[in-house]
Design a protein around this ligand. Structure first.
Ligand code: PHE
Length: 451
């Protein structure tokens, strides 16, 4: 399986872009603002930042170390690093999760396609134009946009690491950044915007409860794409001389910066419109078009432009993340099962398309189907982000912290001792990996079970 030359990312910058592309997604633009709204504003952000650096970042290092040293997919890398053990079977778990996440993520990604076209008003109005809930509960339009989304993702993954993933990220990530800045500037100019800014910067620490901590940890996992082998798989395409510490700090830094930017793009607009920041998952899709249309006033072109720019940003961000989810399964099927890349892409796309369709329909015709008291969409989202992702993260930290020989871990983390700063940081990273991160994850589980 190892005989043929594996593709590699061209350089460190490209790896950071691809990792940031995976990390920055609906988690930042769609999930972060409403989670912040639901869990108390600035206080949530403070906990979130701590969770990112003390728990999520060590897990990021763990995945990178396994991937780059194993130089294979999740299953193959773990098998190589712990021959004769059973750890790689657990690796399978982390291959199934991202495919399931891809299924429902594509549904929300599809919404951004729909809203992008809808920005142009009656001209391009798709069927079932109406309120957000009317749209998602209809059958055809959401499924159509979900299908288009999956096709776009498949096309990029099909093109391979350098020609597909690398190129797409290089093109869209800088664009995304500019687009979101435009929205932030626009948002700040709205009357009443400062209330939203205050909401994001003035923490009220009395609001921190175990629930808030668990939610912040879960958000850190989701946002940094952890516990599902994505970081591991991308790291396996990294060159040996690239710097893992820089990559980790760079990705976590960009991701955090972007979440805050998205917060500053969304919250001032929400407050300016007098909408509750805790309006839930609908905040972005339901309130923003309304805000845009109100604020654009008589200047229709302004509304159209702002709205189109915004949903295009959401689409780009979602695509680069979904691409990284699909690559995990594709790498596994190609390297472990000897499948052709094209067949692997098609197989995973069809699976995600069908499961995603069920998720989409669970807002409407299938709303009656309940799994443990949740709709299909909510059930899969909760199953993955609250359970499977932290479980995968726990597996990776335990593997690197307790199973791999420490000398090997240090060797990989510091490029054979060549990176002095990495070597100096290693004892701290090791402590985080062995104790802080696993305990943190167990806290998420305990809160979820007891709560
Ligand atoms: N991190 C992505 C986001 O914030 C979601 C993601 C989860 C991507 C799991 C890959 C794997 O949108």
């Amino acid at each position: 399986m190892d005989l043929k030359q594996r593709e590699e990312f061209s350089n460190n910058i490209v790896v950071i872009l691809a990792m940031a592309g995976s990390a920055i997604g609906l988690g930042n633009i769609w999930r972060f603002p409403y989670m912040t709204g639901e869990y108390g504003g600035a206080a949530f952000i403070v906990v979130y930042i701590l969770a990112c650096f003390f728990i999520a970042l060590p897990i990021f290092f763990a995945e990178t170390i396994i991937g780059r040293r194993g130089r294979s997919d999740t299953f193959g890398s773990i098998k190589k690093l712990a021959p004769g053990s059973r750890w790689h079977h657990l690796g399978l778990l982390t291959i199934i999760t991202p495919i399931v996440v891809l299924s429902y993520y594509s549904v929300v990604g599809g919404w951004s396609i729909h809203y992008f076209f809808r920005s142009f008003g009656p001209l391009f109005s798709l069927p079932a134009a109406g309120s957000f809930s009317e749209f998602i509960s209809s059958a055809e339009a959401p499924i159509l946009s979900h299908s288009i989304f999956i096709i776009l993702v498949a096309a990029v993954v099909l093109a391979g690491i350098r020609k597909g993933i690398e190129k797409f990220n290089k093109l869209t990530m800088p664009m995304l950044f500019v687009l979101i800045l435009v929205i932030v500037v626009y948002s700040f100019t709205l009357p009443g915007a400062m209330k939203g800014v205050e909401y994001l910067v003035n923490p009220d620490f009395s609001k921190i409860t175990p629930d808030v901590v668990a939610a912040a940890l879960g958000q850190a996992f989701f946002s940094l794409s952890l516990g599902v082998g994505t970081v591991l798989t991308y790291a396996s395409y990294m060159r040996k001389r690239d710097n893992i510490l820089v990559l980790g700090l760079g990705t976590a830094g960009f991701d955090l910066f972007f979440a805050l930017l998205a917060g500053f793009a969304v919250m001032p607009a929400v407050f300016a419109a007098g909408i509750s920041p805790a309006a839930g998952p609908g905040v972005v899709f339901e309130t923003l078009p309304f805000v845009f249309s109100k604020m654009g006033g008589a200047a229709i072109w302004l509304t159209v432009t702002i709205s189109a720019i915004f949903f295009l940003s959401v689409l780009f961000a979602a695509l680069t993340s979904a691409i990284s989810m699909m690559e995990v399964g594709v790498a596994y099927l190609v390297e472990e099962k000897g499948m052709k890349r094209s067949r692997a892409v098609i197989a995973i796309s069809i699976f995600a398309w069908i499961v995603g369709m069920l998720c989409s329909l669970s807002f409407g015709p299938l709303a009656g189907v309940q799994l443990f008291g949740n709709s299909i969409f909510d059930f899969l989202d909760k199953l993955c982000s609250n359970w499977m992702m932290p479980l995968g993260g726990l597996l990776f930290t335990l593997f690197v912290g307790w199973k791999m020989p420490p000398a090997e871990v240090l060797d990989e983390f510091s490029n054979g001792g060549k990176k002095k700063l990495n070597a100096a940081m290693y004892p701290a990273v090791r402590f985080l990996l062995r104790y802080v991160a696993p305990v943190g994850i167990v806290v998420i589980f305990a809160t979820a079970i007891l709560g």
